[in-house]
Ligand binder design. Structure first.
Ligand SMILES: Cc1cc2nc3c(=O)[nH]c(=O)nc-3n(C[C@H](O)[C@H](O)[C@H](O)COP(=O)(O)OP(=O)(O)OC[C@H]3O[C@@H](n4cnc5c(N)ncnc54)[C@H](O)[C@@H]3O)c2cc1C
Length: 382
């Protein structure tokens, strides 16, 4: 029986506990879906999650506006990731892709949100470029004012949902000031003339991913999100909400690895007894459980702090993401070890977790970048 004791922690309200239990039951019935065709699988997952109401927390409810509930986002990601990494991805991207609209959109722009929350429209967040991933302020893509319109030119890469998204939130240089202060954010529907999929990218844990080309893509002035020059602040505010949720997904992967390992060492006989009788094996299980609990504490501390009204949770979210993703990698590696040959067998659950976890230490701010963020926050506060 998986450990659910963390749900009793004071970070949560009863509505969170109910959600975690109900979603877990839903996942048991509906996941995993077949992954042979990842585009089709993602479309199916977004539609299914939307139809059954699970995408509602990903974006602002325009009928009853309020802040995004980060604990709900984290609990949902953790639960989905425990069952199916692609389901977590489908959920997460509906939130990340529309975060700028939830936080900074006009009522007209926020009309997209009813469709993304219902799983009828797929969204994407297009920040990274071939020469600016970690170094966002170095972005080269331009958006030039032309009458009432903006004309976007350049490339975006590593864009999750690239190729299947209906809606891209795109960051580009408008040039109000050098570096980070000269960026702006735009809504670009996928069918806008001049926007093409230049390349589909394949990674070790397959999901829809693409390099996008913008060849004089013309959008109306009403596509601008926030004010000209606000793009960097908008991107960072979105990441401030969603960064802890990456930690939550890692936590879900780690919990699954721990659960699978507990089962394995109870069932597998070695040297005439259950493998779990070996003290070195117990040492691994203890380390894994400790890392899972410590990661959960950091993730839900960050989520709770944000939900309690903190303007920014830069330090808490960076700590949660760094620790949870790095430790999940270690936990999953131990799970592979404890499974012996089965651990590296294609199609085995711990083999897929081993591939799933790796990118989380790179995207939405690599682990090294999180260390820089934490050090600056800690030294700045001293
Ligand atoms: C699976 C996947 C999905 C993604 N989805 C999206 C998406 O939906 N939208 C989007 O915009 N982008 C997305 N990305 C891009 C992702 O955010 C970038 O890959 C990431 O920011 C790193 O940028 P880079 O790949 O250009 O590596 P680089 O910026 O070249 O960095 C390489 C490495 O350098 C190190 N490093 C970087 N900065 C520092 C520093 N300050 N100090 C010390 N070391 C440092 C880190 O180890 C880093 O991994 C995705 C990436 C992947 C792999």
């Amino acid at each position: 029986m998986p450990d659910r004791s963390f749900l009793n922690w004071p970070f949560f309200e009863d509505r969170h506990r109910t959600l975690a239990e109900e979603l877990d039951a839903w996942c048991g019935k509906n996941l995993p879906v077949a992954h042979d065709d990842v585009d089709a699988a993602c479309r199916e997952l977004v539609a299914k999650l939307g139809q059954d109401g699970w995408l509602k927390p990903t974006a602002l409810d325009t009928e009853s506006p309020g802040p995004l509930d980060v604990r709900t986002l984290c609990l949902t990601r953790e639960t989905l990731a425990r069952h199916d990494g692609l389901a977590d991805f489908a959920f997460a991207m509906q939130g990340l892709g529309t975060g700028a609209l939830s936080l900074f959109g006009t009522p007209e722009q926020q009309r997209w949100l009813a469709k993304t929350r219902a799983g009828k429209t797929i969204s994407a967040f297009a920040l990274s470029e071939p020469r600016s991933g970690s170094d966002v302020a170095n972005m080269e893509m331009t958006a030039t004012r032309d009458g009432d319109d903006y004309v976007l030119s350049g490339e975006k890469t590593w864009i999750s949902n690239g190729g299947i998204a209906d809606l891209y939130v795109v960051f580009a240089r408008t040039g109000e000031a050098p570096g980070a202060k000269g960026l702006s954010a735009f809504i670009v529907p996928a069918d806008t003339k001049g926007l093409t999929i230049a390349e589909r990218l394949e990674v070790i844990a397959p999901h829809p991913l693409a390099r996008l080309s913008f060849d004089n893509v013309r959008v109306p002035g009403s596509a601008l999100i926030g004010k000209p020059g606000d793009g960097f602040r908008i991107a960072m505010s979105v990441l401030d909400v969603f960064r802890s949720t990456v930690g939550a997904a890692a936590l879900g992967f780690a919990r699954r690895a721990l659960d699978e390992s507990i089962k394995r060492v109870a069932e597998r006989k070695l040297f005439g007894a259950a493998m779990g009788e070996l003290q070195m094996v117990q040492g691994h299980i203890a380390d894994m459980a400790l890392d899972v609990d410590a990661a959960a504490l950091l993730v839900y501390r960050a989520a709770w702090t944000k939900d309690m009204g903190a303007a920014r949770v830069t330090r808490e979210a960076a700590m949660a993401k760094l620790f949870a993703t790095d430790k999940a990698q270690e936990v999953i590696d131990k799970a592979v070890q404890l499974h012996g040959g089965d651990g590296v067998r294609k199609g085995h659950i711990v083999e897929s977790l081993y591939r799933e976890i790796r990118a989380l230490r790179i995207y939405e701010g690599a682990s090294d970048v999180q260390k820089v963020v934490i050090a600056r926050q800690v030294m700045g506060a001293a």
